[in-house]
Design a protein around this ligand. Sequence first.
Ligand code: GH3
Ligand code: MG
Length: 572
Amino acid sequence: MTEKNECNPEGFADGAFYRKVIDQARDIILVVNPNGDILDANQAAVDAYGYSAAELCLLRIHDLRAPETRDIVESQMNRALQEGILFRTFHLRRSGERFSVEVSSRQVRFSDQEAIVSVIRDITAAVAVETALQESEEKFRLLVENIHTGVFIFDKQRFIYVNPPMYIITGYSEAELLAMNFWDIIHAGQRDLVRDRGLRRLEGIDEPSSYLMRVNRKDGETRWCEVTAMRQQWAGKAMVIGLLYDVTDRSKAEEMLAASEMRYRMLAENVGDVIWTINFERQFTYVSPSVTQQLGYAPQELLYCNILDIVHPEFHAVALENFKRMAADKPSSERGGVFELQLVRRDGSRLWAEISANLLRDDGGRLIGLLGVSRDIATRKQLQEELVRLATIDGMTGAINRNYFMELAGQEMERSLRHRHQLSLLFVDIDHFKEINDTYGHRAGDEMLNWFAGLVRETVRDYDILGRMGGDEFAVLLPETATDAALQIAERLRQTVENSRLAIDAGQAIAVTVSIGITSREDSDKTFEELLKKADVALYRAKNLQRNCVQVETLHYAADKALKQLKTTREA
Ligand code: GH3
Ligand code: MG
C-alpha cells in the first residue's frame, strides 16, 4: 500500500505486494462501491484519465463516462454485481477527450463491503483499425459490385465468389454460378484448355495470365470475353481470382470499322497457307481458318496457345532461334529469312512447313509480336528427296551413279587410311556388250544391265558399294577386304555371270561373261584416284588377255611397268 494512496479504505488490498501488482498492470483498474463511488485506482488509471489517485477517489464512475452512456451505468453495475459483465463504452479524460474502452467488471468482497472491480482497456487503436477495415471492405464491395467487369474467384471445385456483372455477362443467377466452375461457362471448343490451365494455375504452375475466350450464356448466346486471372492464397487455400470483360461489342465495332482489316482477313482466310500472329510470349493471337485443313485444329483452339505446342520437339531449338532473330527490332535485312521445320498435326503426324515471319506493330507503331505464314512444303520436300535420289542413283540399274560412288569411295579411302584398314576395288565390265545390243536390241541391252547389277548385288556383301561407272562398266568397293578375299569375290562373280542366263521376251536365254580388274590399297596409295587407275589397268589387262577372267594390279606390277616405261624412254 503506497502512502500516496490516501483514499484506500482499511482492509482493501492487503499488502504492498498486491498494490505493486495492481500499479504495474497495463490495464486501468478501478474499484467502485455499488453507489459508483471510486474507492481505488491504479497507476494506469492515473495515467489514462489525467487525475491523481486522490482526485479519482473523489469522483463517481459516472463522471468518467461519456455523457450519452451515463444512463446505463446503473444497470451495468447491477449486472457486474450479479454475474460479471464485459462491454464496450467511451470514457473521458480530464481534458474532456473521449476514448474507447473495453470494460470487464465483476463483484469483489473485502471485509463486509461489496464492491465492483473493473479492468478497463484502452481500445482506441484497435477500434480505429476495425473501422478502417470496415470502411475499406465497404469501399471494395461497392467497387466490385458496381464495375462492369465480371470479378470471380474459384478453387478446384467451383466459384467461391461472383460479382453482379458476372450474372449479366453469363445470364446465370448468383446461385447457379456458385454451383459451377469457371470452365463450365466456357465454349466447348476451349473448355478443356481452360480447365487444364485453371487447374495448373491452382497448382502454382505459370500459365498465360490473359486470354480471349468465348463464354456460353445461359440463353445459348456466345460472347467473346477477355479474361485475366491470377493465383492467390486465401485462408491457406489456393484460389484463382479473375476478371472477365465482355468484348463482343467492341470487337464487332472494330471489325466494322476496319474495312481494310476485313479485306486482309478475307485474304488470310482464303489462302491455303496458314497466316498467324503471335505475341512476344509466342502465343497465337490470330490463326487463319486454313489451319484446320493444314493441322486439323480449329483456329480458336490454338488462340493463346504457345506456337511451340504445334512444333515438333526436335525443331524447338530451331524455331526459338529463328523467332528470336525475327523478333529483333532491326532492319528487315538482318532479321528476315525463312526457315523450315516440322509441325505436329492434331492427330500427332508430322508436317514439313516453311515459316516466314515479320514484325507486327499496332496502330501506334508499337511492336506487339510477329505476323507469319506457314506453308505446307511436304510436296516440295518429297521433290527434294526425289531429286537427291535422282542425283545419286542410276535409274536403270539401281546402282549408285559415278559421282556419288566417287564421293562415297573418297570417304572409304580416308577411313581406310586413318584406321589402316584394307580396301579393295573391283572394276567389272561386260564382255562384248555391244553385240547384245546389236543382236537382241537396245531394250534387251537395258534389261541385261539391270539383271547384271542384280547378280553383282547378290554376290557381294551388303556393305560393299556398287556403282555404275558408265555404259556396261561397274565398280565394287570392298571395305576392309584384302586382295586375296577380293580375288575370291571377283572369281565367284565371274563364275556366277558365266553360269547365269538372262531370259528375254522372245523366250531366249542370253549368256554373257565379264572381265574383272582388281586392286587393293597399298602403302603408296594416298588418293582413291590412284586405286582407280590401278583397277583400270587390271581390267584392261583382263580384256586383252582373253576376257571372262580376273586380273590383279599391284604396286609390284606397277613398279615393273614403270621400269619398262623408263627403259623405253631411255631407248628412245
Ligand atoms: P568389251 O568386251 O571390250 O567391253 O566390249 P563391249 O562391247 O562391251 O564394249 P564397251 O564396253 O566399250 O562398250 C559398251 C557399250 O555399251 C557401248 C554402248 O553402246 C553400250 N551401252 C552403253 N550404255 C548403255 C545403256 O544404257 N543401254 C544399252 N542397251 N547399251 C549401252
Ligand atoms: Mg564392255
